[in-house]
Design a protein around this ligand. Structure first.
Ligand code: SF4
Length: 268
């Protein structure tokens, strides 16, 4: 039987998911439940159908429902066909393919197979991960990954459990393992007001990262892009009263992290 994965999107000509022009494949399923997640449609590992109410006409009662399928199964061959369509763009821009999610490591068999195939085709591979997976799986997969985009949300374990639903012990250990093995790692930190943007949170992150060999830190300011998705999925949005951080606050966090000898960039 053909090996299949479940994905919820394919982004072509992506320029923020690693170097150059890339194709990003979004895997469905995530073991975490971050309060600020802007891809809530990625959480379940299964394809799911949602019902949208579309309003028409002038009367508030004039509406119809539209079914929308989120996620689909894809074979390894279909995924590679899609990826290889843009090979010429990867070559001229030093780009490649990125696997994101959700959490791609949750579908480790499919991920490993697609990574191997990508390397057989000489593609640069990037894995965008929360690091929330078994160390053995990550070790096996890391042989076929050129660059990790590794999320770091909080160092304090209790806060991490509260706001993501998971302990961060394995996540921290996995990051230490990758950096000790000489893997190329960019750390991505979502900056979430009232959750991980206090001086103490930033100090803990700075101290932890200062001991590791990483390329740089990218700060991702919280935004409200995912808000509509929560409504569509009938899920509670726990961040509706939180505003995005100001540019000045982002600069302050950047400067504080730089004091730990880290190269820090603010992403928009
Ligand atoms: S790890 Fe990423 S995809 Fe998973 S819940 Fe958190 S923000 Fe969403």
């Amino acid at each position: 039987m053909a090996l299949k994965g479940v994905i919820f999107d394919i982004k072509k000509f992506a320029v923020h998911d690693g170097p150059g022009i890339r194709t990003t494949i979004f895997f469905k399923g995530c073991p975490m439940d971050c309060w600020w997640c802007h891809n809530p449609e990625s959480h379940s590992t299964e394809p799911e159908t949602i019902t949208r109410e579309i309003f028409t006409g002038t009367s508030s009662k004039a509406c119809y429902e539209r079914k929308e399928l989120i996620g689909k199964e894809i074979t390894l061959e279909e995924a590679m066909d899609e990826i290889l369509k843009d090979q010429v763009f990867y070559e001229i821009s030093n780009g490649g393919v990125t696997f994101s999610g959700g959490e791609p490591l949750l579908q480790s068999e499919f991920l490993l197979a697609i990574l191997k195939k990508s390397k057989e085709n000489n593609l640069h591979t990037t894995l965008d991960t929360s690091g929330c997976a078994s160390s053995n799986i990550l070790k096996k997969i890391s042989n076929f990954v050129d660059l990790f985009l590794y999320d770091m949300k909080l160092v304090d374990e209790e806060k991490h459990k509260k706001y993501t639903g998971k302990s961060n012990n394995t996540i921290k250990q996995n990051l230490e393992m990758l950096t000790k093995a000489g893997q190329q790692v960019i750390i991505r930190i979502p900056i979430i007001p009232t959750i991980n943007d206090s001086l103490d949170d930033v100090k803990q992150i700075g101290e932890f990262l200062s001991k590791l060999k990483i390329i740089r830190v990218e700060l991702l300011p919280f935004h409200k892009i995912g808000e509509d998705k929560y409504k569509k999925l009938n899920k509670i949005n726990r961040m509706k009263d939180i505003r995005k951080p100001t540019k000045e606050h982002m600069r302050t966090i950047k400067e504080r992290l730089e004091k730990y000898g880290l190269l820090v960039k603010i992403e928009e």
